[in-house]
Unconditional design. Structure first.
Length: 302
């Protein structure tokens, strides 16, 4: 059965010349029985020799409708197509196009690069802003610009609670205009009862900070072991417990003696505890009163 395919034009000579016999028309069609593409020659005179090609007029085999070069040229019908990825107009041999249709292909591409590029994104989601394919199948936006533009439309500007600057929110959870303001707010929240380590206003670090000048004054601002008065003077805990800040547990040492004490397997100053006890008993009443008040403030249980 002869069937002129839709969209396919009648075969014409590429160089514009007429066929060997006037009035000849060549049709390309698919046979229903085999599904293969072939062609049919119509308008051929009845007295046309069997051994003569109706297309070029040359010699041919009797069982063929045309000579081999003409047969190959006629079957090479080109189909005008448009690339589904880049939109380029191109042509493809009709037999190759029919084969792709039989295999269930829907999209056509001008090159392999376009095919690979489209297959990488064609099953992805569409961006909710510009409707372009997203980079990942699970993404909602195709780019940071689209995400930012959507948030700008959805969220209203807000004033920073620290510096008062009006800024555009990047997220519904944004509170501060910059990292500096966020750090400053966090520092304020961590003061006093906002700190997770806050315990009824007492702190052994604050106690030790207020006890250090009392201990240095009791020891006359000199190292208890070598007597050095210049350089850095450190207030040392006798029992090495940082929250035992009683006056009899603290003594003044220079930086060198303090390091020697802690780096030695056996301390070269085993008499520091006795010396501290003696100095605490002999220190002025003014310093005793201060130390007692600090102990009562930071350690109410005594």
């Amino acid at each position: 059965m002869k069937k002129l395919l839709s969209g396919y034009q009648q075969y014409e000579r590429p160089n514009g010349e007429s066929f060997a016999a006037p009035g000849i028309t060549v049709f390309s069609y698919l046979t229903e029985k085999t599904g293969r593409r072939t062609f049919s020659v119509e308008g051929l005179p009845t007295d046309w020799p069997i051994s003569k090609c109706p297309v070029c007029g040359g010699r041919k085999r009797r069982q063929r409708q045309a000579c081999k070069p003409c047969y190959q040229m006629i079957r090479r019908v080109m189909v005008p197509l448009t690339c589904d990825y880049c939109g380029t107009h191109f042509e493809r041999i009709v037999s190759e196009y029919d084969k792709s249709i039989r295999r269930g292909h829907v999209d056509v591409y001008c090159t392999k690069a376009c095919s690979q590029a489209h297959h990488a994104i064609k099953n992805h989601r569409r961006c909710v802003v510009c409707h372009k394919p997203t980079l990942k199948k699970t993404s909602k936006y195709c780019s940071k610009e689209c995400r930012a533009s959507r948030r700008v439309k959805e969220l209203e500007p807000k004033a920073c609670s620290i510096c008062g600057t009006v800024f555009q929110l990047k997220s519904s959870r944004t509170i501060y205009c910059s990292r500096a303001c966020a750090n400053k707010a966090h520092s304020r929240r961590m003061r006093g009862k906002g700190n997770s380590h806050y315990k009824t206003g007492t702190s052994y670090a604050s106690w030790f900070r207020e006890m250090r000048p009392i201990v240095r004054e009791r020891d006359r601002h000199a190292c208890a072991t070598c007597g050095k008065t210049d350089g850095k003077l450190i207030v040392h805990h006798i029992d090495h417990v940082p929250w035992h800040n009683e006056v009899m547990n603290l003594i003044t040492l220079c930086e060198t003696c303090h390091m020697v004490h802690h780096k030695s397997n056996v301390t070269p100053f085993p008499w520091l505890g006795r010396l501290t006890h003696v100095r605490s008993l002999k220190m002025p009443d003014r310093l005793k009163i201060k130390s007692i008040k600090l102990e009562a403030k930071y350690f109410p249980g005594i």
